[in-house]
Write a protein that binds this ligand. Structure first.
Ligand SMILES: *Cc1c(COP(=O)(O)O)cnc(C)c1O
Length: 337
């Protein structure tokens, strides 16, 4: 029996059409800047999202790291959400590899960093302090979209206080679909944006960092230094291009299925749905029942993300159809909480 895998939208299999596109892709040595498919992807995304330059890299973690290292130098500081991916889930890379100090700020329930707290955290220019250089936001965060008004205020603060503004837009296209606005609008106002192709868009590998030419030049250097100089990466860029051509509008299906999943789960006695945004559903299950629930769901053919987030997380994606949603609701319904 094929498992229904709701752990993450990273688990998708490349479609047949995507594999075909990968096979046919013209390639070259990307370290020399000579892979035509990588170059085409970078030019396309820079154009579509409103940036001068772009860099195709192996992972979102590396893309964010390169952004931090390109905005900040040794002894600088970035201001970031205490539950943001770039702070919590990237192994402390900015500090480990960039000698950049994080200044985490507890986030509000919608994922925003209260801007008065951000401003209060900016250090005076004085040898006692790290130099505050960058504010990093995330959209979507746990599936939630930031408000446009908030992003405009963050931009105003960054400009007024001389900070760079970075967006971890791993799921930028989910945000765009949720707003019903072009992805370019979601990226507007940021000095750099990182976008994952390997999440809901369904490419096997790859993220793109966007910024101005000078920032992307610095990022290109750090990419090579951190071992990210891949050679004939065009086959992966071809998968990313295919994803951008065919898998953006369909994110709306993932969001609708997450909504139907949440509705079905809300009707189950003893199960609490704590949030449902874009393609993510979060559940609150009594801690003492988590292990049994995991075993029950595995038996029923459903995999979930349990434990390392405070609650159970379910993520819809390209390989989750309507039948999988029904089967998942039924499996949750046959458990005693
Ligand atoms: C997945 C993710 C990343 C990192 O991407 P990887 O390719 O897994 O390294 C960064 N930020 C957010 C918000 C993510 O969800």
């Amino acid at each position: 029996m094929a498992m229904i895998d709701l752990r993450s939208d990273t688990v998708t299999q490349p479609t047949e059409a995507m594999r075909e596109a990968m096979l046919r892709a013209p390639v070259g040595d990307d370290v020399y800047g000579e892979d035509p498919t990588v170059n085409a992807l970078q030019e396309r995304l820079a154009g579509e999202l409103g940036f001068a330059a772009a860099l195709f890299v192996p992972t979102g973690t590396q893309s964010n790291l390169l952004a931090l290292m390109s905005h900040c130098e040794r002894g600088d500081e970035y201001i970031v959400g205490a539950d943001a991916h770039t702070y919590r889930f990237e192994g402390g890379g900015a500090a480990v590899l960039g000698s950049i100090q994080p200044q985490p700020i507890p986030q509000d329930a919608d994922g925003s960093l209260p801007l008065d707290k951000v401003e209060a955290a900016i250090k005076p220019i004085d040898p006692h302090f790290a130099r505050s250089r960058l504010l990093a936001l995330e959209n979507t965060w746990h599936g939630r979209t930031l408000e446009f008004g908030y992003m405009a205020q963050a931009r105003e603060l960054a400009t007024r206080r001389g900070l760079g503004l970075h967006l971890d837009g791993a799921r930028l296209y989910n945000a765009a679909i949720a707003y019903g606005r072009p992805a370019r609008d979601v990226a507007a106002g940021f000095d750099s944006v990182s976008v994952c192709l390997s999440k809901g868009l369904g490419a096997p590998v790859g993220s793109v960092l966007l910024g101005n030419a000078a920032l992307i030049e610095r990022a290109r250097r750090w990419k090579k230094v951190t071992g990210g100089g891949w050679r004939q990466a065009g086959m992966l860029a071809a998968a990313a291009m295919h994803a951008l051509d065919h898998h953006v509008e369909r994110l709306a299906d993932d969001h609708a299925r997450a909504g139907r999943l949440a509705d079905g789960l809300r009707r189950i006695e003893g199960l609490k749905v704590t949030a449902c945004h874009t393609n993510m559903v979060f559940l609150d299950v009594p801690a003492a029942r988590l292990k049994d629930l995991a075993a029950h769901m595995t038996n029923a053919g459903v995999r979930l993300s349990i434990g390392y987030l405070p609650s159970v997380r379910l993520v819809t994606h390209l390989d989750i159809d309507d039948a999988a949603i029904e089967q998942t609701i039924a499996a949750f319904g046959s458990f005693a909480y």
